[in-house]
Design a protein. Structure first.
Ligand SMILES: *Cc1c(COP(=O)(O)O)cnc(C)c1O
Length: 311
C-alpha cells in the first residue's frame, strides 16, 4: 500500500507572471507539488512519506500528531491515515468549538480522533515526559511532531528538487517550521541559492532551527540560503487588504490559486524583491507551490470582513 508513496507522476513546472512587474528579464517558474495529491497537499506529502514508512516498519497502527485548528498538517495526516490504513489522533491547540471548522470536520470524516489542549498544556507538545504519557494513554502510537518536521521529513523534502527538470539559480519556499527548506538546503549541498519566507512573525528564530535540522541531517552547514522575514503580515494566519488584493490580481493572470497562510505571503514577497531589483537580469527562479488551499475555507470570514471594511 505504501508503495504508492513512490509512484509520483511528473510534477508540473509552470511559468508565472507577476502583476505590475515585467518579468521578461527573468524566468520564473512554479513547481506544482500542490497537485501531487488532492488532500496530502504539497510539501506535506514529502514530509510524511518516510514517516509513514517508518510507522509501518515499526508496526504502529496509529499515528498521533499536533496542530492548530486550521492546520494543513492535521488535514494531511488525517487523509494519509485513511488512505494508508492507520488510525489517527490529532492533538489540537485550543478549545473545542462547534460546528467544527472545515479542516477539523474533514479530519474527523477521515476517522481522526481529536483531543484538545489549552494553550498552556499545548506548550508541552515537544516535551519528552509529556509525549511518553501520550504514548501510554493512546497505546503506543507513532508520534509525528507539529508541522510534521523531523529528520525523516527532511529525507522526504530532500526529494523535492529532483522534480525540477530545468536549470535554475534560485529556489524559494514558504516556511512554517522550516522542515521543507531544511531538506532543500541539505539536498542542494551548497549549490544554487535558496530563499525562505517565514509565514510567522519572528522568522529570525527559525534560522537557528533550520541550521540545526540541516546539520543533524547532513553533518554540514551551508550558507547559500537566506530567510526573507518581512512578509509575515503580522503573524501566522494574519492577513491584510494588500495581501488579498495581491492574491486577486495574481490569480487573475495565472492559472492557479494561492493560499492565504503560506504561499501568498511568499509570492507577495517575491513581487517586492522583483520591484527592488533583488534578482539580476537573466535569473531563473523556481517557486515552490507547497499547497495549503484547503485552509482558505477557514479564512473566508476574515477575508470578507477585510473587504467589507475597505470599500
Ligand atoms: C506546512 C506548510 C508550509 C510550511 O512548511 P515547513 O516545512 O513547516 O516550513 C508551507 N506551505 C504550506 C502550504 C504548508 O501547508
Amino acid at each position: 500500500m505504501l508503495s504508492k508513496l513512490f509512484e509520483i507522476n511528473e510534477v508540473d513546472l509552470e511559468e508565472v507572471k507577476f502583476p505590475g512587474i515585467s518579468t521578461s528579464d527573468f524566468k520564473i517558474f512554479v513547481l506544482r507539488i500542490d497537485k501531487l495529491h488532492r488532500e496530502i497537499s504539497g510539501n506535506k506529502w514529502f514530509k510524511l512519506k518516510y514517516n509513514l514508512i517508518e510507522a509501518e516498519k515499526l508496526n504502529h497502527k496509529t499515528l498521533i500528531t499536533f496542530g492548530g485548528a486550521y492546520s494543513n498538517h492535521i488535514y494531511a495526516v488525517a487523509s494519509a491515515g485513511k488512505e494508508f490504513g492507520f488510525d489517527t489522533i490529532g492533538i489540537i491547540r485550543g478549545e473545542e468549538y462547534f460546528p467544527l471548522n472545515p479542516t477539523l470536520q474533514f479530519a474527523v470524516d477521515c476517522g481522526m480522533k481529536l483531543f484538545y489542549l489549552n494553550r498552556a498544556e499545548y506548550k508541552n507538545r515537544n516535551d519528552k515526559a509529556f509525549q511518553e504519557k501520550l504514548k501510554i494513554k493512546f497505546d503506543n502510537p507513532y508520534m509525528i511532531p507539529e508541522g510534521g518536521t523531523n529528520q525523516l521529513a527532511l529525507m522526504g523534502t530532500e526529494e523535492i528538487v529532483n522534480h525540477i527538470k530545468t536549470n535554475f539559480d534560485y529556489i524559494c519556499t514558504a516556511c512554517g517550521t522550516g522542515g521543507t527548506i531544511a531538506g532543500i538546503i541539505s539536498s542542494l549541498k551548497g549549490e544554487k541559492k535558496i530563499l525562505g519566507f517565514p509565514a510567522l512573525k519572528g522568522g529570525e528564530f527559525l534560522e537557528n532551527d533550520i541550521r540545526e535540522l540541516v546539520t543533524e541531517r547532513s553533518s554540514q552547514s551551508y550558507n547559500n540560503w537566506k530567510l526573507i522575514t518581512e512578509y509575515h503580515f503580522g503573524g501566522y494566519a494574519k492577513i491584510d487588504i494588500s495581501l488579498i488584493n495581491f492574491i486577486n490580481e495574481f490569480e487573475s493572470i495565472n492559472s492557479f490559486k494561492l493560499d492565504y497562510i503560506y504561499t501568498s505571503k511568499m509570492f507577495y514577497g517575491i513581487r517586492e524583491l522583483l520591484k527592488q531589483e533583488y534578482f539580476s537580469k537573466g535569473t531563473k527562479i523556481v517557486l515552490l507551490h507547497t499547497g495549503g488551499i484547503q485552509g482558505n475555507k477557514g479564512m473566508i470570514s476574515k477575508v470578507n470582513n477585510l473587504l467589507k471594511n475597505n470599500y
